[in-house]
Design a protein around this ligand. Structure first.
Ligand code: 4AD
Ligand code: MG
Length: 461
């Protein structure tokens, strides 16, 4: 007999004479003549109620049907007499597949998120984390759907790379050299020429440079994969390993880039609103009461566009005391970004045209010679979720940029070739997958939207 998922049982149009359900026991309550079992299989937020009559042949084993145990139930799907559910199952037989004793940590509700992080191998069995990871899966699917509908080509960019795209030096080295006795040059430096790849290699911080290669051939492309940053940030929005979506478009400028970013964010919100409605309602009730109104509000309005220069003027004259000083030419801190999106504009904001000094080498120089065609999308509750730019397509200028950033030209020979042969204006951006997930679920800490989070000092499991 084929298994029925709880989600399908609960949305069944008619009663069923024979169903097989498999899952984990959330609770069991005993009466004199029967037991109620709440069975959850992760296919949806809700559990299904199973009624096991004391006259069942296997009822002697009911004591083993405990919270956390896995069981298999055969029976009838019937209309429920109880409130709050349409269907329930009258068991005709049940089997305990795997027992769970009283040490099972998810006995009671109301554990702290910190505690649940320590049991990341069991937390997917809780309502909250089941919902988070179903939404994560749907969001990933919606991302592919968005780009595939627009005929963007999905490119797998390398995870091990030799280049530091963002130039921030936040790289994890990949090496097979003996940590205790690496080969040394005469000057004492490690001889990475004798490493596995005969050079220094790292985990990628971004697939952008390689995505540009493909955009300059296939026109519209995107990457979606893991990226790694050895950045010692202890915040609720930074992870050392996170996923990023990076579209790259040939024959596109900063305006087209900002348009796509806005359309993309709205599409994703709309998709999970309709495909994960029950999970989102749960977040709206138990995680963040403002979540659903906020998401709907974001869908209704255009993102506010504001230049970096205007943003600095707003921050300088707003009268608010910031921990970090505001000054033209400095990077905006998260408190500044959040002030703009949460208090000043009260909606998502696309900031553009940043001073060239604070941005990577690849961004296109504007005519003012001071700013580059960069853009960041900021959203309430999080701050930056997207960073992007129009790329510098002019050979001489990008060579000068490499020099200004003290990056050796020989390492970027292939990148420069894109500007040597058939160069085109092109643009793209990166959306932090986990930050988007935080935004649509209202979950406040990035550690709680990643199955097994990696942050400084933490790489369990
Ligand atoms: O702004 P970033 O560093 O931009 C890039 O990497 C570009 N190469 C993207 C491009 O133009 N193709 O990162 C992009 C986004 C950020 O806006 C943020 O959402 C997310 O990636 N991000 C992080 N998410 C979690 N943890 C971290 N440590 C993150 N660093 C960046
Ligand atoms: Mg950024």
């Amino acid at each position: 007999m084929k298994r029925t998922l709880v989600k399908d049982a609960l949305s069944c149009p008619a009663p069923l004479d024979a169903v097989l359900l498999q899952g984990w026991v959330r609770t069991r309550r005993d009466n004199k003549t029967f037991s109620f079992i709440e069975l959850n299989d992760g296919s949806c937020l809700k559990s299904i109620q199973v009624i096991a009559d004391a006259t069942l042949p296997g009822y002697g084993h009911i004591e083993k049907v405990t919270t956390g145990a896995s069981i298999e139930v055969r029976g009838k799907l019937v209309a429920s007499k109880g409130a709050g559910q349409t269907w329930e199952v009258i068991a005709e037989s049940f089997t305990v597949v795997g027992e769970a004793d009283a040490t099972f940590p998810l006995q009671k509700k109301g554990h702290t998120l910190e505690f649940l992080r320590e049991i990341a191998h069991l937390r997917p069995r809780s309502n909250l984390f089941g919902a988070v990871f179903r939404v994560r899966s749907r969001l990933a699917f919606a991302i592919h759907q968005f780009f595939q509908e627009k005929a963007f080509v999905y490119v797998h960019t390398p995870i091990i790379t030799a280049s530091d795209c963002e130039g921030a030096g936040e790289l994890f080295r990949v090496t097979t050299l003996d940590a205790k006795a690496p080969p040394l040059r005469e000057d004492g430096a490690v001889e990475f020429e004798r490493d596995f790849f005969r050079r220094s290699t790292y985990l990628t911080v971004s697939g952008q440079l390689e995505a540009e290669v493909f955009a300059c051939a296939l026109s519209n492309v995107y990457t979606f994969g893991p990226t790694f940053r050895a950045e010692n940030s202890h915040t609720s929005r930074h992870a050392s390993e996170f996923w990023m979506i990076e579209p790259e478009m040939a024959f596109c400028d900063l305006g087209g880039d900002m348009d796509l970013a806005e359309e993309f964010v709205k599409y994703l919100i709309r998709d999970v609103r309709s495909h994960c409605a029950a999970d989102l309602e749960f977040f709206g009730k138990f995680v963040d009461k403002e979540l659903l109104p906020r998401l709907d509000f974001v869908l209704e309005r255009p993102f506010q566009r504001c230049s970096y220069t205007e943003a600095i003027a707003i921050l300088e004259t707003c009268g608010k005391k910031f921990e970090y000083p505001v000054a033209y030419g400095a990077n905006l801190q998260s408190e500044h970004e959040r002030y703009l999106t949460e208090e000043h504009f009260k909606c998502p904001v696309t900031l553009y045209n940043y001073p060239k000094e604070i941005k990577p080498f690849y961004m296109r120089l504007n005519e003012d010679n001071r700013t580059v065609a960069a853009m960041d999308v900021l959203v309430p509750g999080i701050g930056e979720i997207i960073g992007g730019s129009q790329r510098e397509e002019r050979l001489e200028i990008i060579r000068a940029n490499l020099a200004a950033h003290k990056l050796p030209e020989k390492d970027y020979a292939w990148y420069l070739d894109l500007r040597r042969y058939g160069t085109v204006p092109h643009a793209g951006f990166g959306l932090g997958f986990e930050r988007m997930l935080m935004f649509v679920t209202g979950v406040a800490n990035i550690r709680d939207v990643i199955p097994f989070a990696r942050t400084p000092g933490v790489a369990e499991f």
